[in-house]
Design a protein around this ligand. Structure first.
Ligand code: PMP
Length: 428
């Protein structure tokens, strides 16, 4: 029972485990966009795990691929060849532009970013790294060092040499949505940080294409182009953290960075790549990868036969079910609906996102933009009562995040809008 698991959790599990809900939900089954709790109540999973269940819980094609591989071979180690790691790497590389084709498989987004930093430092011979405030890049030493969000900072030393530049956060930042030159102006801070805080030579600039944990913060046009320009002028490589934004979720392009007209040197990915399986990757160019042959990169589980079979199946489903197109169409539909809700509910300060990665930022007052943390929490609880699971984000937990499986239907999107309307109305 839920009570029993709660008691076990109190005694035997990490006491810091996060749950959004006053009464944690015990999930016992999942099927595509639906989850069921132990009382048989059904929820629409509008957060998709945490932006992870890309093609639906227990998608039949993914389940079959995993099952088949589980019976054939579960583990090989990188000491031996096995067929599906090659097939998966080639397929994954085909989704990326330019020279981005050499794949390193690891088990989580944090590990991917850790490896990306190592690559950048070995390749450039430089040490300093520029990341952005309000970013989340992981929970290991490298990831915490890169993350500039006080909810995830602990009073222990993080990796040295990371400097944080201003977040291009149009809603709250100094250059607003009405400034057509905001992208260039925000990127100037990358140059300032390089000039003031480093020797002038850096290893890397790293950014998400849209900040995920930070509350689905989109960057103004031109921002990444200018930031990449400053980073490269200082000898750095550019790392795109596509852990949340990849695999067509933003609708317009397969990769989030493509929405900004840039081509990174290193791409890190996790979450959606495995639809919930522990699979992540770093993809880079042959030139950068060549630096790593001098130092062995070893990872016991990375690219194991089962997750490679799952990753291949996920890519097949994405192509077969045209999920990127679905993200584009339903994303527009959701944004239009959310903007209507904004006219009705004063609590909503900002509506933003792309594709099936959309957010609502709540404020107590549209003028002062004071974050409405408690109201946001109440909306999350109300949604749960109404059978909808949504996420939270932002520094103060003031932003509702939605990133459902990419193959939800228009009826699902309409259900999300109707529930939010009621849930926000009841919280105001
Ligand atoms: N990068 C981004 C953008 C993320 O959102 C996350 C996880 N929330 C990570 C990296 C770290 O991934 P993981 O939890 O798999 O280590």
């Amino acid at each position: 029972s839920a009570g029993q698991v709660l008691a076990q959790r109190r005694e035997f599990l990490n006491p810091g485990i996060i749950t959004y809900y006053k009464h944690p939900i015990m999930i016992v089954q999942g099927k595509m966009q639906w989850l069921w709790d132990d009382a048989g109540k059904r929820y629409l999973d509008a957060l998709g795990g945490i932006v992870t269940v890309s093609v639906g819980h227990c998608h039949p094609h993914v389940v079959a691929a995993a099952h088949q591989q589980n019976e054939l071979l579960q583990h090989a180690t990188t000491l031996y060849l096995h067929p599906n790691i090659g097939e998966f790497a080639e397929k994954l590389a085909s989704t990326l532009p330019g020279d981005l084709k050499v794949c390193y498989f690891v088990n989580s987004g944090s590990e991917a970013n850790d490896l990306a930093l190592l690559m950048a430092r070995l390749y450039t011979g430089n040490y300093d790294v520029i990341a952005l405030r309000n970013a989340y890049h992981g929970g290991n030493a490298a990831g915490m060092g890169l993350t500039a969000n006080s909810n995830w900072k602990f009073n222990v030393p993080h990796s040295f040499g990371v400097h944080h530049a201003q977040t291009p956060y149009s809603y709250r930042g100094v250059f607003g949505y009405d400034d057509p030159d905001a992208g260039r102006k925000y990127a100037d801070d990358v140059k300032q940080v390089i000039d003031y805080a480093t020797s002038g030579k850096i290893a890397a600039f790293i950014a998400e294409s849209m900040q995920g944990v930070g509350g689905f913060v989109e960057f103004p046009a031109g921002y990444l182009q200018h930031a990449y320009g400053h980073a490269r002028a200082a000898g750095g490589v550019c790392i795109a953290d596509e852990v949340q934004t990849g695999f067509g979720r933003t609708g317009t392009n397969f990769w989030g960075f493509q929405n900004h007209g840039v081509v990174p040197d290193i791409v890190t990915m996790a979450k959606g790549i495995g639809n919930g399986a522990p699979l992540a990757a770093v993809v880079t160019t042959p030139k950068i990868a060549a630096m790593l042959t001098q130092k062995t990169h070893f990872n016991t589980f990375g690219g194991n036969p089962v997750v490679c079979a799952i990753g291949t199946a996920v890519l097949d489903v994405i192509a077969r079910e045209k999920t990127q197109q679905n993200c584009l169409e339903l994303g527009r539909h959701l944004l239009a609906g959310l903007n209507k809700l904004k006219e009705k509910h004063a609590l909503i300060g900002d509506v933003r996102g792309q594709g099936l990665m959309v957010g609502l930022e709540f404020v107590k007052d549209r003028q002062t933009k004071e974050p409405a943390k408690e109201a946001c929490q109440q909306v999350v609880e109300n949604c749960r009562e109404l059978g909808l699971l949504v996420g939270k984000g932002g520094l103060w937990g003031q932003t509702i995040r939605m990133a459902p499986p990419m193959n939800i239907t228009k009826a699902d999107a309409d259900f999300i809008l109707a529930v939010l309307d009621e849930a926000i109305g009841a919280a105001a």
